[in-house]
Design a protein around this ligand. Structure first.
Ligand SMILES: Nc1nc2c(ncn2[C@@H]2O[C@H](COP(=O)(O)OP(=O)(O)OP(=O)(O)O)[C@@H](O)[C@H]2O)c(=O)[nH]1
Length: 342
């Protein structure tokens, strides 16, 4: 029997740095041929664009498959299984499959899919890697002191259940074989020690944490974990093990088309204000700046915005500015659109 192709599942909340880490891995692929399955919550396909736009050898259009139809954890049978089967059926098989789940996806249903007879003989989950925005965790954006909060809940059952953010954070960590504490450039050592402590309280025994800035970790760290996670599902608890449906009613997203952007600093200010005034978690997209041959990428995670030109607009491509806005359920789309468009 031929060897199983290893697959790495990369999970982690919106904007934690999954795509940045994958890009770095591609740039330092050590001659490996990757196939990518990229799953996004919003409808704009930004992550796939950022990977295929990178122009790096070993990252061609056909190697990057986008599953944009909602969160991968809810569309496993319809979307994920046919996709992985198609990859496994290719005559030129990849050396390694990398799967980026949407920031709102639960990793366990996906890992379970690898236990299906159709795929388990041909591929194995080398590892589930959870990428954490350590700076955001240290600012208390996901979970306060986990042990203390758990203690209070156990003592008083009337206390609220976890927030949707905390539940995702917990699920993603409890399924992990390795945790990347990313964005260490935005915090100090003491903050990192504290985050490591918080994160460790969620992990299964023996799971390591590694610190990184901009996801710059080598393939020797991230790949070759040999976890065979599909054989080890029971050790990875999930709120949804009892068959309880996971839906994404807690979250919402929409695409906001904009006209070309004359004053991008002013747009950035308006986005920051909209993030402050509404329940927005993530903003990302591309901008058409008149007179510039390149398109500009704009990324917002919480209150932090980043902008850069990534590639020339292609001949025949429509120059357009579009953002995807992701937030808690009940986003006031009209008000956000008005606030950002100015
Ligand atoms: N300062 C800092 N910024 C980072 C780091 N890693 C990623 N970023 C920035 O954070 C933003 C989100 O990064 P992505 O890599 O797109 O995050 P993601 O997890 O793929 O995001 P989603 O796919 O939307 O869930 C981008 O603006 C990145 O440049 C880091 O270590 N430090």
């Amino acid at each position: 029997m031929s060897e199983k192709i290893p697959a790495t599942v990369i999970t982690g909340f919106l904007g934690a740095g999954k795509t940045s880490m994958i890009r770095h891995l591609v740039e330092n692929n050590g001659g490996r041929r990757f196939a990518f399955i990229i799953n996004e919550f919003g409808d704009l396909g930004v992550d796939r664009e950022l990977l295929t736009g990178c122009g790096i050898e070993g990252c061609s259009d056909e190697d990057v498959i986008e599953l944009a139809n909602g969160c991968i954890c809810c569309t496993v049978a319809d979307d994920f299984l046919p996709t992985i089967e198609a990859i496994l059926a290719r005559p030129d098989k990849p050396d390694h499959i990398i799967i980026e789940t949407s920031g709102l996806a639960l990793p366990k249903p996906l890992v379970k899919a690898f236990a299906w007879p159709e795929v388990r003989t041909r591929t194995t989950v080398d590892g589930v890697i959870a990428v954490i925005d350590a700076a955001a965790v240290s600012e208390g954006r996901f979970a306060d002191d986990h042990d203390a909060v758990q203690g209070q809940r156990e003592a008083d059952e009337s206390l609220d259940h976890e927030s949707p953010l905390e539940e995702l954070f917990e699920e993603q960590l409890q399924c992990a074989d390795m945790v990347v504490l990313n964005k260490t450039d935005l915090m100090d050592e003491a903050g990192l020690v504290k985050v490591r402590e918080t994160v460790s309280s969620y992990l299964r025994g023996g799971v390591k944490t590694v610190a990184s800035a901009h996801g710059q970790l080598g393939a020797d760290v991230l790949l070759g974990l040999g976890a065979a996670a599909e054989d080890d599902l029971d050790s990875r608890p999930s709120h949804h093990d009892d068959g309880h449906e996971h839906d994404h009613d807690d979250f919402d997203s929409f695409v906001l088309p904009l006209s070309s952007v004359e004053d991008v600093d002013a747009l950035e200010e308006r986005i920051i204000a909209a993030v402050r005034d509404h329940d927005i978690l993530r903003v990302k997209g591309f901008l058409d700046i008149p007179g510039k041959p390149m398109r500009q990428v704009i990324q917002g995670v919480g209150p932090r915005i980043q902008r850069y030109f990534d590639r020339d607009w292609k001949g025949g491509e429509t120059r357009e500015s579009r953002l995807v806005v992701i937030g808690h359920h009940g986003l006031d789309r009209a008000a956000i659109a008005a606030a950002i468009a100015g």
